[in-house]
Design a protein around this ligand. Sequence first.
Ligand code: ADP
Ligand code: TRP
Length: 346
Amino acid sequence: MEKQEAVNKADTTVSQSEGNIHKTILSGITPSGRLHIGNYFGAMQQHIDLQDQGDAYFFIANYHAMTSRHDGVLMHRHTLDIALDYLALGLDYNTCTFFAQSDVPQVTELSWILGSLCPMGLMEKAVSYKDKISHGLSANVGLFTYPILQAADILIYHADIVPVGADQKQHIEITRDLAVKLNIAYNQNLLRLPEARILEAVATVPGIDGRKMSKSYQNTIGIFDEGKELKKRVMAIETDSTPLESPKDPEKCNVFALIKLFASASDRSYIATKYREGGFGYGHAKKALLEMIDERFSPARDRRKVLANNEDEVHRILALGGEKARDRAEQVMNPIRKATGLVRHF
Ligand code: ADP
Ligand code: TRP
C-alpha cells in the first residue's frame, strides 16, 4: 500500500535526479500459447526475482497476441493460463502490479502518438517482424508496428529497467529512439529512457533441437509439462552418436546446456566431469535433467492446480492490477496530452 502511494505521488515528468529515485521495473509476456523453460529462464524467473526490487509492473500482452491470432475464446484462455503460470511460479500481486495490457487504454493512446513520430525505416529494420513472417504469420499492419505498441507499454509507466530475453534487445532500442523523438519534438522531458536487462547466462535457452527454444520451432519443454509428456520431450533432446563408454564434451551437448540452467555449481561440475570421464551416456544425462526439472517445478505445478480451481480469483487479481496500472499510466499521459496540444495546457 505504501509502495503504491509512493508511485502515485511520483513526479510523472522525468526527474533530473534520476539516481535518487526508486527504479521502475517492467516487462510483459505475450499470451500466445504454452510457456516453456526458455520463457522461464529468459524472462519469468528474472521477473519474479525482481518483483520486490523497485516499483515492478508485469503484464500479459494480449494486444500483442492479437497481431497473430483472432480467436476470442482462445485469447481469454491463454491470458488466464499465463496469469495462473506466473502466480504459481511465485509472482506476488501484492508486491508488484500484475495486469492485462488491454486494461490500460492509455497504452494504445500513447502508441498512436509514438507511431506518428516513428519513421518507416525504424519499423522496416525490425527483425522480429521479418522473423515472424518467415514463420508463416500473416503480414498485417499490427504485426509491422508491434514495436511501437511495445514502446508504449514500457514508456507509459516511466520504466527504467526492462528484464527480457536477448531477442527483445532491438525492441528496447526502438523504445529509447521513440522516447527521444517525442521528447525532442515537444521539447520537454516527457518520457524516461529505459534499459534492457538481459542475463547473459540465460539469454538464449536452447530447445530440444539445439536452436533457440521457441514455440515457433516446436522444440520446447513446457514449464508445466509433467509425467509421460515431460519425459517424452526430454528424451527427444537431440544428441550426437558418441557411444556410452566414450568421453564427451559437455559444452557441445544440448542436454548439458539445459542441465546448466537447473544445476547448482557443484552439481554442474560433477556432471561435466562424468561427461569427460566416459561411461556416462546421454540417457544418464537426460535422466538427471528430468529429475532436476521435476524438482524445480513440482511445487509450482501443485500451486497451479489449486489456483486453477478458482479462476474468479485470478480475474479479481488482474482487475486490481489493471486499476493500479491505469492510475500510473494516466499520470504519465497527462503532461503528454498537454504538450501535444490534445488538451489545453494553460
Ligand atoms: P517464443 O519465442 O516461444 O514465441 P516469446 O517471444 O513469447 O517466446 O518470449 C517471451 C519472453 O521469453 C521474452 O522476454 C523472450 O525474450 C523470452 N524468451 C523466449 N524464448 C527464449 C529462449 N529460448 N531463451 C531465452 N529467453 C527466451
Ligand atoms: N514482445 C514481447 C515478447 O514477445 C512481449 C512484450 C510486449 C513486452 N510488450 C512488452 C516485453 C514490454 C517487455 C516490455 O515476449
